[in-house]
Design a protein around this ligand. Sequence first.
Ligand code: AMP
Length: 301
Amino acid sequence: MPICGRGEALMPELISDLKEMRRVVKEARRAGKTVGFVPTMGYFHRGHLSLMERAREENDLVVVSIFVNPTQFGPTEDFREYPRDLERDLALAGEVGVDIVFHPPVEDMYPPPYRTYVEVEGITETLCGAFRPGHFRGVTTVVTKLFHLVPADRAYFGAKDAQQALVIRKMVEDLNFDIEVVICPTVREEDGLAMSSRNVYLGEEERRAATALYRSLCVARDLLEKGERNSSSILSEMHRVLDEEPLVRPEYVEIVDCQEMRPLDRVEGEVVVALAARVGRARLIDNLMLRVDEEGITLLP
Ligand code: AMP
C-alpha cells in the first residue's frame, strides 16, 4: 500500500470492495496514521484537487471516493449523463499524492432491497433542498455510509456546495461521528465561474453567460462592503445582473444564515449568499460564505 505519493506521481491504489476499504483504513489508524477522506462524484477539476491537496497536507493517508450516488439525483435529473472518467481521475489523484481511490459499485452500496436513509431536518428544506426533493437525504445517506467504510480522522468538503457542507457538519454533530469536517474554499475559473463537473454541459454562449452567477455574487459582496445590510436591496441588485443574461434562468437567489439556512431580512453574522440557475441543460450553483459584522465582511471559510 503506497502511504505517501508526495512529490511523485504514483497511481493511487484502486479499491472497490467495501470490506477491503474499511480494513485498510482501520489498519492504517491502528498503526497510528491519520486518515483524510475526500468524498466525490469524480470527473475531477481543480476544485476537487484542492481538497485532496489539503487532505494530503494534513494527513498520513489520503482516501478519495468516486461514487456517482443515485439516491441524491431526482428522477428527471442527470444521473445517467453525469460525466465519468475513472482513468483520468486516477492519474490526477496520483499527481496530488492521493494514496487510495475508493470506487464502489452501485449495487454493493445499495443492495436491494435497500431500506435505510439518514435525514437532517430543517436546514435541508431551503435553497437547493426546496428545488431538489430528496437530494440531501441521498447525500446524508451516502456520506454516512462512506464515513463507515472510510472511518477517517478528517473529511474535506468544498464551500462551493455550502449547504451540503453545513448539512454534513450538522449531521456529524447530531450523530456523534468521530470525524472532523473541513470546509475548503471554492476554486474558480479565471473569469470567476465556480469549477464544477457540470460545466462540461455548457455550450460556448452558455459558458460566457454563466459568469453572471459570480458577477452577481460580487455585486452582493460590494454592497455589503459599502455597508448595505438590507437583504432585499442586495437581492434585487443581484437579480439585475442575472436578468441581463437571457441564457441564465435563476432558480433561487437568497441570503441565509449559516445555522438555520433561513432567509434573512437584515444581513449579519455568518451568512451564505447563495444562488442556483439553469444555464442550458446545466443546473449551476454558487455562493459566498461570509461573516458580516460592524467591522465589515470576511470571506469564509
Ligand atoms: P462533487 O464531485 O461535485 O460531488 O464534489 C466533491 C467535493 O468537491 C464536494 O465537497 C464539493 O463541494 C467539492 N467541490 C466541487 N467543486 C468545487 C470547487 N469549485 N471548489 C472547491 N470545492 C469544490
